[in-house]
Design a protein around this ligand. Structure first.
Ligand code: IDP
Ligand code: MG
Length: 140
């Protein structure tokens, strides 16, 4: 039976640090199935729209600049309880507070450059996946 879906991005620091393989290995080892994936650079308009919920936060400009500083890997992941389980796998936003063994504890540099994105609800997972992928880009 198909599970639920979440959306992730391996952020520019993760790609720049050659951690694509390490992070995808952690994701698949944790039981997530990759059902869509691409490597690309976000435009400034795309980064602004993707993070529009944070537009009034003091770090918004810095966030948009960082997210457009290099390529990202966008992917849709499938697993039972995907959204919650993936947030557990990535750890806290600030890697200093992320539990040992989480992706951010291992590979994030700072609260800003924190290696990976994970959707925070089923509703946002769908919105974010639709933002990055057309129906024909899915393998399942
Ligand atoms: P999340 O990625 O764990 O869901 P959010 O609060 O939704 O965290 O923030 C989105 C992204 O904005 C974070 O992943 C991080 O890259 C960046 N960010 C959040 N808080 C700060 C901050 O205080 N300084 C700089 N960047 C931040
Ligand atoms: Mg968030």
């Amino acid at each position: 039976m198909a599970g639920t879906r979440t959306f992730t991005m391996l952020k520019p620091d993760a790609v720049e640090d050659n951690n694509i393989g390490n992070i995808l290995q952690m994701i698949t080892d944790a039981g997530f199935k990759i059902v869509a994936m691409k490597l690309r650079k976000l435009t400034e308009d795309e980064a602004k729209e993707f993070y529009a919920v944070h537009k009034d936060r003091p770090f918004y400009g810095e966030l948009v600049e960082y997210m457009t500083s290099g390529p990202i890997v966008a992917a849709v992941l499938e697993k039972e309880n995907a959204v919650e389980d993936f947030r557990k796998l990535i750890g806290a936003t600030n890697p200093a507070e992320a539990e040992e063994g989480t992706i951010r504890a291992k590979y994030a540099e700072s609260i800003g450059r924190n290696a990976v994105h994970g959707s925070d609800s089923d509703e946002n997972a769908k919105i974010e996946a639709d933002f990055h992928f057309k129906p024909e880009e899915y393998v399942a």
